[in-house]
Design a protein around this ligand. Structure first.
Ligand code: HEM
Length: 397
């Protein structure tokens, strides 16, 4: 990657300090104005777009998809596949995420949120990530998949390694790549073993359902089964935690908005949409042109990559009035955010993530009296794509 001092706003996107606050760099991209603010070719190769319109168009356009993968014998999850394999595998997993099944989890999630807060609130200051934002979604997805409670702790490190591994490879040091390969192998071995146990003794969980499909015949191989379980576990571990933690952090920094939410707990759904817009857990995604494609009157040639800055699209002044302002009353406008992507890869877990976010943030607002940021402040993770705090000290009372 060659540094281009003429276009500093591009490179500051990848500056580690931007993990704490990437938004000034996004604002600089929008401020350039004209066609460059919608789609530009970066000095380091790929195209880049901070524009809501362009991101939405590329995500929906079948001319764009996942880059062809090297044939290294690895089975990719459907997040990384194009149709028809993507369609076949997503359809199987989608059976577990229908609105009815997700809504049925509500009482369990509410009880969990209360139990976790009961414990956390015994101390005058607690780490919101460790005590609340992390365990809540991890327990929910583990129970849904059928991962035994005693195994959960084993995943934390593997899951974090895979979450870091989603970042563009040029940002990852070699030692991270080695840890990543090891984590993949651990997950694969773990799910193979667990699948064998469920084969012998089925339970009422998603893993048992997938094992049954696998055994029926041609629609799911054993390697695809472990790749699907790993994807769901990582997606459940590493994203909703950021929705809850980024959300709490934004509320603590905007006390008037928090006070409004406290007075209007029924507004939890719209509050979550605005928080997803304001500080989304997934900051960017990538697509590759599968054939020559027209975007903004320019040709993106087959094989070329486009970086879609979802976090910047959510602050596009062409779509959102005063985009840098947190406004929990934004309602319908906020729902246009791209936090869950769009098109065929639109987040499969969106309804579950929304439900978890609504319950967790409403419980926080209702139960934590006079909350404020602890003196140590948030410490952000190194991840560029899955961005959020690793530690978030909260004081109360
Ligand atoms: C607030 C939390 C979450 C956010 C912000 C989020 C965001 C996203 C985004 C942006 C994508 C699309 C990526 C792309 O197009 O390149 C995606 C895909 C996906 N998400 Fe989520 N996600 C969240 C929670 C979850 C949960 C809880 C699950 C499941 C347990 C989940 C499962 C998935 C799956 C399986 C895909 C791949 C869909 C496909 O390729 O067809 N996500 N998510």
């Amino acid at each position: 990657m060659s540094l281009d001092t003429e276009r500093p706003e591009e490179f500051s996107l990848f500056d580690p300090r931007r993990r704490v606050d990437p938004y000034p760099a996004y604002a600089a991209l929008h401020a350039v104005g004209g066609p460059e603010a919608r789609l530009r070719r970066t000095a380091f190769g790929p195209w880049l777009s901070p524009s809501h319109g362009v991101c939405a168009q590329v995500l929906r356009d079948p001319a764009f998809g996942r880059a062809e993968q090297p044939d290294d014998g690895r089975t990719r999850s459907f997040l990384a596949l194009n149709p028809p394999d993507h369609t076949r595998l997503r359809r199987l997993a989608a059976k577990a995420f229908t609105p009815r099944l997700v809504e049925a989890l509500r009482p369990r999630i509410e009880r969990l949120a209360d139990e976790l807060l009961d414990r956390a609130l015994r101390e005058p200051e607690f780490d919101l990530v460790r005590e609340f934002a992390h365990p809540l979604p991890v327990i929910v997805i583990s129970e849904l998949l059928g991962v035994p409670a005693e195994d959960r702790d084993r995943f934390a490190a593997w899951s974090q390694a895979l979450a870091r591994g989603i970042d563009p490879e040029f940002l990852l040091p070699p030692e991270t790549l080695a840890v990543l390969d090891a984590a993949r192998a651990e997950f694969d071995g773990y799910f193979r073993e667990l699948a064998a146990r469920r084969r012998a003794e089925p339970a009422a969980d998603l893993l048992s359902a997938l094992v049954a499909v696998c055994d029926e015949g041609e629609s799911l191989s054993e390697a695809e089964l472990t790749a699907t379980c790993t994807l769901l576990l990582i997606a459940g571990h590493e994203t909703t935690v950021n929705l809850i933690a980024n959300g709490v952090l934004a509320l603590l920094r905007h006390p008037a908005e928090l006070a409004w939410f406290r007075a209007h707990p029924e507004a939890a759904p719209q509050v979550v949409e605005e928080l997803l817009r304001f500080d989304p857990p997934v900051q960017l995604t990538m697509r590759t042109a599968l054939r020559d494609a027209e975007v903004e009157g320019r040709t993106v040639a087959a094989g070329e990559q486009v970086l879609l800055l979802l976090g910047a699209a959510n602050r596009d002044p062409a779509v959102f009035a005063e985009p840098d302002r947190l406004d929990l009353r934004r309602s319908a406008e906020a729902e246009r955010h791209l936090a869950f992507g769009l098109g065929i890869h639109f987040c499969l877990g969106a309804s579950l993530a929304r439900l978890e976010g609504q319950i967790a943030l409403a419980a926080f607002a209702r139960r934590v009296a006079a909350p404020r940021l602890g003196d140590a402040g948030p410490v952000h993770r190194e991840n560029l794509i899955l961005r959020g705090p690793a530690v978030l000290p909260v004081r109360h009372g």
